[in-house]
Design a protein around this ligand. Structure first.
Ligand code: KG4
Ligand code: ZN
Length: 322
């Protein structure tokens, strides 16, 4: 089965065709990150306007590998995300479904990130799997018993992990997106130079909090000549965020005894996070390649295949209530 996946929940515009949930036939992503850099973050209206411009060229390129009649269904992110951006993808998906007479599959963006791990390996992760999804907008820890069977163990009570990278990067004078910038500068820095707080690391639940950490970085930065300390600040920031994510996930692994750990979302691109999980986890850890960690249409199509709940195009008004 060939599914076309469309993703426009934030600043990326993605379209991909995936066969049987696992085989990427095409995967095209256009990012407005250069625009976001100018403004120091995602400016929702700008992002959506850019998506209106690029959605058709992106779709056209993704569809080149297959005849349109060979597409069996159209999957689209319906949330969570920026409303203007989501609407660009949803309206395109509805139009295509109508014109091609195909069903449409609504997709949850956060859960879709997890499926990057079905696109890269012949060894699918074993269930039950403990899933840490860490992106610019979300931080969730889930227990996944099977496709479509999830239990939310915890989530962030304030900022997402990626947001913690982005906001503290800005405080120390690094451009957006902060995660890759902090990672780059952290390479030559001392992760112990600053002992930033690990929010909720010892709490009994599996929730996360990064706002206290952010305030601690701000307090420190206001006392310092940051240009001389960027690398040490970056290394210490990265260590604090990664440390909490790994510790809480491994604590949940001890309690729930999953067969595998799945890490996904933009922050899963972080090399220190990968290093720590691989070094410390007693069970197999699945982390996708960097290009599948950040937003793309392929994960949307894969999720749709394994959670196949199509809506006939005649009933797409149902999408308005999702
Ligand atoms: O999944 P994603 O593309 O978009 C959302 O769904 O939010 O994630 C983007 C986030 C940004 O906050 C970015 O700073 C972070 O992922 N990120 C990283 C790295 N690459 C991207 N964070 C840490 N280290 C990285 N290498
Ligand atoms: Zn995402």
């Amino acid at each position: 089965m060939n599914i076309l996946g469309i993703e426009t929940s934030c600043d990326e515009t993605g379209a991909a065709i995936v066969k049987d949930g696992t085989q990427i036939l095409s995967n095209v992503v256009s990012s407005s990150v250069e625009l976001q850099k100018k403004y120091g973050g995602v400016y929702p209206e700008m992002a959506a306007r850019k998506q209106v411009e690029v959605i058709i060229p992106v779709l056209e390129q993704a569809l080149r590998v297959k005849g349109k009649e060979e597409i069996d269904a159209i999957a689209v992110t319906v949330g969570p995300g920026l409303i203007g951006s989501l609407l660009v993808g949803i309206e395109c998906a509805k139009t295509l479904a109508y014109v091609l007479n195909k069903p449409i599959i609504p997709v949850n963006h956060i859960r879709a990130h997890i499926y990057a791990n079905w696109l890269t390996t012949h060894n699918s992760p074993q269930f039950p799997a403990l899933c840490l999804t860490v992106s610019g907008g979300h931080t969730e820890l889930l227990l996944m018993e099977d496709h479509g069977k999830w239990k939310l163990l915890g989530q962030t009570l304030d900022d997402a992990a990626g947001e913690a990278f982005d906001k503290t990067a800005r405080l120390i004078g690094l451009p957006y997106p902060g995660g890759p910038e902090i990672q780059k500068h952290a390479k030559t820095g001392n992760p112990k130079a600053f002992n930033f707080p690990r929010g909720m690391v010892g709490s009994k639940d599996y929730n996360f909090s990064f706002s206290g950490f952010k305030t601690a970085v701000l307090r420190e930065v206001s006392k310092l000549n940051i240009s001389q300390l960027t690398v040490d600040l970056s290394a210490s920031i990265q260590e604090a965020i990664v440390d909490v994510l790994v510790k809480k996930t491994l604590k949940a692994a001890e309690e729930f005894k999953p067969k595998s750990i799945i890490v996904s979302g933009g922050v899963a691109a972080n090399t220190r996070l990968r290093e720590k999980f691989n070094a410390q986890s007693p069970i197999p850890v699945y982390i996708p390649p960097v290009n599948l960690c950040t937003d793309n249409g392929a994960v949307i199509a894969s999720y749709a295949y394994f959670n196949f709940k199509p809506i006939p195009w005649q009933e797409t008004q149902a999408l308005a209530t999702l």
